[in-house]
Design a protein around this ligand. Sequence first.
Ligand code: ZN
Length: 245
Amino acid sequence: MYRQAAELIVNAKRVTAFTGAGISVESGIPPFRGESGLWNRYDPALFEINYFMSNPEECWGMIKELFYDIFGEVRPNLAHYALHEMEMNGHLSAIVTQNIDNLHHEAGSRNVYEFHGNSRKLVCLNCRRKARVGETDLGVLPPSCGRCGGLLKPDFVFFGEPIPEAAEKGAAREAERSDVIIVIGTTGTVKPACHIPFIAKESGASVIEVNTEPSAYTRRITDIFLKGRATDEMEMLTETLYSAG
Ligand code: ZN
């Protein structure tokens, strides 16, 4: 299985990885959905854009606790680093991620399409200027824009907001051009991001899937299913890839 997957990757002109919450779980970020998911502990309404604009102080209290106090210290894991290594070695062209945790960037990956934005940046809802979280004073909530005083919002996609156009178009273009897509740690249920592997498949790509459980892709489009944790499977895959040359 690993050998087959490695051969597909070696023989491909372009390989894209499509990642979801499952790749970051081992970094200590629980998924939003599912039994132990964050939505059972935090009210999703707080991430609804109109509610946020009407109640920024309430929403920001929870946002700061969750994203900047609890998740502020998380680090990339072996699976993130494996993808970085593949990019460095010319075996990976792009990453399309549904995650907002910035861990692909922190692992060193360069060509990353963040379908749902990035929690490590803030955006001013008035002038659209972006700022890094580390450069922003979160002592007084809600934080305001250093240039115009407008309300700052984390630069990830809230419910009721559109997907960033550049990320959505770029991700679809990468999927269309890929010969192989590696699906890692996603159930394939969040629209419209979940379409990306299907776009790749329809454009002729082979699908390698790394998941602990079968997903919406497994029986429909997956060619090689590597069942297990993202770190273990990506380590096995890259070991096979580099021992095979
Ligand atoms: Zn501003």
